[in-house]
Design a protein around this ligand. Structure first.
Ligand code: IMP
Ligand code: MG
Length: 183
């Protein structure tokens, strides 16, 4: 496969990601085998490629929903709220929610999303992420399941963006920061 010029090294190949999605799909099947009320929530836009691959390997019935949030600047909003750009269409009250992310880094945004969704009283709320940069965590976050423990790099591909671009790469690689201004 031809590798994008702005990627210095591929860390997770497409094949490795698909294999991981098979494993994660089995985890979902087992975790939610006794429920009819699973809602898989993707945070836009980064989760799209991961979610699209993941659900091919999920057999338990579920519905999908999406949400777009943005963080307020910390200095502007001391209460640490998030701004909901697009909310869920589904009422999650008393239902089992699985939040899906492509990467969790400091956990800043996600911890706020979780607090916000908990107010709607779902029966359960769990987090699944493809990449986990756990050494960078600034907010305590319980992750139910992750795909890969990612070493400290800046990645692009499979949903991970640089200036909103490169989400389309079918693999995940290290972004060459010297190419930042070319994008
Ligand atoms: P957090 O709030 O610090 O956990 O940041 C999570 C968000 O930062 C992700 O949804 C990504 O948009 C972005 N992010 C963190 N690490 C990377 C990376 O290595 N490449 C691209 N985006 C990243
Ligand atoms: Mg993102």
């Amino acid at each position: 496969m031809k590798i994008d010029k702005r990627i210095t090294e591929v860390i997770y190949t497409h094949e490795q990601i698909v294999e991981k999605c098979q494993e994660l799909g089995k985890w979902i099947d087992n975790e939610y085998k006794n429920t009819k009320d699973l809602i898989i929530v993707g945070l836009l836009k980064g989760s799209i490629p991961f979610l699209a691959e993941l659900i091919k390997h999920v057999s338990v019935d579920h519905i999908m929903d999406f949400m777009t949030v943005s963080s307020f600047d910390g200095k502007m909003n001391s209460s640490g709220n998030i701004k909901i750009i697009m909310d869920l269409k589904t009422d999650i009250f008393n239902r089992e929610v699985l939040l899906v992310e492509e990467i969790i880094d400091s956990g800043t945004t996600l911890s706020k999303v979780i607090n916000h969704l908990k107010e709607r009283a779902p029966k359960s709320l769990k987090v699944l992420t493809l990449l986990n940069k756990d050494f960078n965590r600034k907010f305590p976050l319980k992750i139910a399941k992750y795909g890969f423990l990612a070493p400290n790099h800046f990645y692009a591909g499979f949903g991970l963006d640089v200036k909103e671009k490169l989400r389309n790469l079918p693999y995940i690689g290290i972004f060459d920061k010297s190419k930042f201004n070319d994008l």
